[in-house]
Design a protein around this ligand. Structure first.
Ligand SMILES: NC(=O)c1ccc[n+]([C@@H]2O[C@H](COP(=O)([O-])OP(=O)(O)OC[C@H]3O[C@@H](n4cnc5c(N)ncnc54)[C@H](OP(=O)(O)O)[C@@H]3O)[C@@H](O)[C@H]2O)c1
Length: 280
């Protein structure tokens, strides 16, 4: 496993396991499988409704808490200082832990400055080892970085071979914010797993399209958290540290970038209305 060092000196595994859209009934089993496979970083969120299942799996796994890296997120409905403070307590309780390794603001909407103040406070007390954001595109990220005391350690944004976020990446480097990908496989859109470029490059290294795609992001300095409910795929997605893509493969995959979201744009008014209206 490779690690990245965040701007506060904390080490984070560069590959983790994401549990978005993993049903509550399945989540405990999935996280236990992932930990057995070797994953040590788990990405959940209040809005996924499965923090308790993650917490149960962590306990059952028998792996010391200090060897695991747990990320969760504060949803918009808990934005603002007081609500976020209560929400942090709730997440700690649901995860059954006395600290969270990384807490992210899930969306750049609502009173996220109030949320950030509550997070800074909890960070200073030691309830949170690192604090960051998600879905903050350069305009919002720069604004936040300029006006807060603790600079976000991480920004988790849609990132995969079709949306490589090159400009956003530059700004994250500039402000020393670690780039983390959500949707590293674009959730399978655009026939991701049979893409001819990824398949051919994977085959050259005895690997799959999925593994080539993850390797591309890892070598681009991005943290990845692929999701799968299938143990054999968890194994496959974890097995990406024994090969290197040479510059010509990196360049070929770089040409797949379309520079646009395959899901939704945070700059589109209709999308903002949709996300801010979601009841979670
Ligand atoms: N911050 C945010 O707003 C945000 C948004 C979205 C996601 N996330 C985080 O990012 C994580 C990953 O993103 P994601 O879950 O949206 O999508 P993803 O990881 O890009 O793709 C998951 C899909 O790929 C399939 N899959 C996984 N490995 C495979 C393999 N080796 N071969 C073939 N198919 C494979 C999975 O199917 P099976 O499960 O059936 O195997 C699932 O349908 C999430 O779980 C979540 O933690 C965050």
């Amino acid at each position: 496993m490779d690690f990245v060092t965040l701007n506060n000196g904390i080490k984070m595994p560069q590959l983790g396991y994401g549990v978005y859209q993993v049903k509550n009934s399945e989540c405990e089993r999935c996280v236990l499988d992932a930990i057995e496979v070797g994953y040590r970083s788990i990405d959940t969120a209040q809005a996924y409704g499965n923090e308790e299942a993650v917490g149960r799996a962590v306990k059952k796994s028998g792996v010391p808490r200090s060897e695991l890296f747990l990320t969760t997120k504060v949803w918009i409905s808990n934005a603002g200082y007081e609500k976020a403070k209560a929400s942090i307590e709730q997440s700690l309780k649901k995860l059954g832990t006395d600290y969270i390794d990384l807490l992210l603001i899930h969306q750049p909407f609502g009173d996220y400055y109030g949320t950030w103040r509550a997070m800074e406070e909890a960070y200073k007390i030691g309830y949170l080892r690192a604090i960051g954001v998600s879905n903050f595109y350069p305009d919002r990220l720069i604004d936040l970085c300029r006006f807060v005391e603790v600079t976000p350690a991480v920004n988790q944004v849609e990132t995969h071979v079709f949306q490589q976020q090159k400009k956003a990446h530059e700004y994250m480097l500039k402000y020393e914010v670690q780039h983390e990908s959500w949707g590293p496989f674009a959730e399978g859109r655009k026939d991701f797993f049979t893409n001819p470029t990824l398949t051919a490059i994977g085959a050259k290294h005895g690997k799959t399209a999925a593994q080539a795609a993850l390797r591309f992001l890892l070598q681009s300095g991005v943290v990845v958290i692929p999701k799968s409910t299938h143990k054999e795929r968890m194994v496959q997605n974890f097995d990406v540290f024994d090969f290197q893509l040479p510059p010509e493969d990196m360049a070929a995959i770089a040409t797949l970038d379309e520079g646009e979201s395959l899901f939704f744009s945070h700059y589109d008014p209709a999308t903002v209305e949709m996300i801010t209206g979601l009841k979670r």
